[in-house]
Design a protein around this ligand. Structure first.
Ligand code: CA
Length: 234
């Protein structure tokens, strides 16, 4: 199996070096960029399996870099944040980042996140290669489980990878209620780490795209005090 390629975009050389050292030890192939512009150019020039993207960067900040990458690529992106208020921004913006980590972070946690985000992609690739297109309709919502396409009526919805996976997971098991911890584990692939707010934010973004009235959802339902479930509308 070819080794996975990761791009580290981080201007603090000491952090970049230690992250690189630990990921190389895990068998990953690493490229580095030390400013946003170089990071963006590299991310677009080569097929990476994952991008680690710092937010405060010279030339172009991580938010802009993330947006630009998302215009053409669905590579998993983990944002590296220095402050709690940056976390809120990562979660609140329509950046399309898959995950984030707050500095300082431990190397074991970083490696666990990297593996989880890369493994998720591999599983999906296996599914798309081995099964025929599986299209399911729920009311006027159509989900193509293997082609990553969601249509509402005749309109195609632009979902991020994570939004799609969350929708696919919930819709694949109609009416079954999942806790946020369960969803984090099943959809994001974390066993011990991760922030359940990530689930709430992704649900909110998904509702904004899928529901006619996100404040009064008909598909993605909240079970108060427990979690979320998908309902087929009547
Ligand atoms: Ca920085």
């Amino acid at each position: 199996m070819r080794s996975k390629k990761i791009l580290i975009v981080e201007d603090e050389v000491s952090i970049s070096d230690i992250v690189k050292f630990n990921l190389v030890k895990e068998g990953y192939e690493i490229d580095t960029a030390y400013d946003g512009e170089d990071g963006l150019n590299k991310a677009l020039a080569k097929a990476y399996d994952l991008v680690l993207l710092d937010i405060m960067l010279p030339q172009m900040d991580g938010f802009q870099v993330c947006r630009k990458i998302r215009e053409t690529s669905s590579v998993p992106i983990i944002m590296l944040t220095a402050k709690e208020d940056e976390v809120d921004k990562v979660l609140g913006l329509e950046l399309g980042a898959d995950d984030y980590m707050t500095k300082p972070f431990g190397m074991r946690e970083l490696i666990a996140r990297v593996k989880a985000n890369i493994r998720r992609i591999e599983l999906d690739d296996t599914v798309s290669q081995t099964s025929n297109s599986k299209v399911t309709s729920y009311g006027n919502l159509t989900i193509d489980m293997t082609k990553y396409e969601v249509r509402k009526g005749d309109k195609s919805l632009e979902l991020t990878l994570r939004e799609f996976e969350l929708l696919r997971y919930l819709a694949g098991q109609e009416n079954q209620v999942f806790s946020r911890e369960q969803l984090l584990e099943e959809v994001w692939g974390y066993e011990y780490y991760g922030d359940i707010r990530t689930v709430d934010v992704t649900i909110r973004r998904l509702r904004e795209k899928v529901e006619d009235d996100p404040g009064d959802p008909k598909y993605i339902m909240t079970k108060r005090g427990i979690g979320y479930y998908f309902r087929r509308p009547e």
